[in-house]
Design a protein around this ligand. Structure first.
Ligand code: ZN
Length: 267
C-alpha cells in the first residue's frame, strides 16, 4: 500500500496521526495544534500552505487566485504570491501590455553612431518617423538635408509596428535602459542620493549635461504616450531597431518575395 500515513492538515500542511485531530477537525482537515491558533494566524498559515502546494501548471482559477494574492495585505502572503507568480509567468506583465499597445505614431532618433552587423559604423544621427495611418516610414539624416520616405502596405506597416512592440518591446525601453520625463520625482531624488554608489544611479540623474544617445516619442492607439531617452551607449535592441528601419530604405525592390516575413529574430 503506498498510501500516505495519517491525515492531512491543510493549515500546517503536515500528515499527522488520527489522534492529532479532533472529531470535527478531522472533517475540516485541521489538526488540534492548528485549531488552537488564533483565527488570523490560522488562515494565513492555511493560505501559505496552499500557495506552496500549488502545482506548476495552474488552472485558470488557481492562476486568478494567485494573481490576486499578490496584493494581499499580509506581507508574507503577498511576497510569496509574487514570487510564485513571477516564477510561473515571468513575462506576464509585459505580455499583458503588448496586447493593449498598438503604435499610432512614433519618432525614433539616434544621436550618434549606428553600428551594422559587421561592427562598423553605418550611419550617424538619424531620425525615423513611423505613421500607422499613412503607412509611412520617414528617414531624416541630420547631416543631409534630404528626407526619404517610403510607403508600406497597410499589412506590412501593421506588422512592423507589431514587431516594434512585441519583439523590441519599445514600451519597456524606459524601464530597461532609459531615463524618462515621466519618472516621478521621488525616484529622481533617490537616484541622486544613491549616486554615491557610482555605477548604478548615475545615468539616471535628472540634470544630464550630455545630449541623449537615443530618444523615442510614441503614441498608441489607446491614447497612451511615452517620451523616452537614454544616455548610454546604444543598447543592442535600440541599435537593431535602427538597422531594421534603415534596411527598409535599402532593399526596397526586393520586398516582393515573401521571405521578408522573417523579420530579424530579436528575442
Ligand atoms: Zn496542522
Amino acid at each position: 500500500m503506498s498510501k500516505k500515513h495519517g491525515h492531512y492538515c491543510k493549515v500546517c500542511g503536515e500528515y499527522k496521526s488520527n489522534e492529532s485531530f479532533s472529531g470535527s477537525g478531522h472533517a475540516a482537515h485541521i489538526c488540534k495544534k492548528c485549531a488552537a491558533l488564533p483565527a488570523a494566524q490560522r488562515s494565513e498559515a492555511m493560505i501559505l500552505t496552499k500557495l506552496w502546494n500549488l502545482p506548476w501548471q495552474l488552472s485558470s482559477q488557481q492562476r486568478d487566485w494567485l494573481k490576486g494574492l499578490q496584493n494581499d495585505s499580509r506581507p508574507e502572503v503577498a511576497s510569496t504570491a509574487k514570487e510564485l507568480y513571477a516564477d510561473r509567468f515571468p513575462y506576464a506583465e509585459r505580455n499583458e501590455r503588448k496586447k493593449q499597445l498598438h503604435i499610432l505614431r512614433m519618432e525614433f532618433t539616434i544621436c550618434g553612431e549606428v553600428i551594422d552587423e559587421y561592427g562598423d559604423v553605418c550611419c550617424e544621427d538619424v531620425q525615423f518617423t513611423l505613421d500607422r495611418k499613412e503607412h509611412t516610414v520617414t528617414l531624416h539624416r541630420e547631416n543631409e538635408t534630404m528626407t526619404m520616405q517610403i510607403m508600406l502596405t497597410e499589412k506590412d506597416m501593421r506588422k512592423l509596428l507589431n514587431v516594434i512592440v512585441n519583439s523590441y518591446e519599445i514600451f519597456c525601453w524606459e524601464d530597461d535602459y532609459g531615463f524618462s520625463d515621466a519618472a516621478d520625482t521621488d525616484d529622481l531624488w533617490e537616484a541622486e542620493w544613491e549616486a554615491e554608489s557610482p555605477d548604478e544611479a548615475a545615468p539616471e540623474e535628472p540634470e544630464h549635461e550630455d545630449s541623449p544617445s537615443w530618444t523615442v516619442s510614441v503614441r498608441y492607439t489607446n491614447g497612451e504616450a511615452q517620451e523616452m531617452r537614454g544616455y548610454d551607449d546604444l543598447p543592442d535592441r535600440v541599435n537593431e531597431l535602427a538597422l531594421e528601419l534603415l534596411a527598409l530604405f535599402e532593399d526596397e525592390p526586393d520586398m516582393e518575395d515573401d521571405e521578408s516575413d522573417c523579420a530579424p529574430d530579436v528575442r
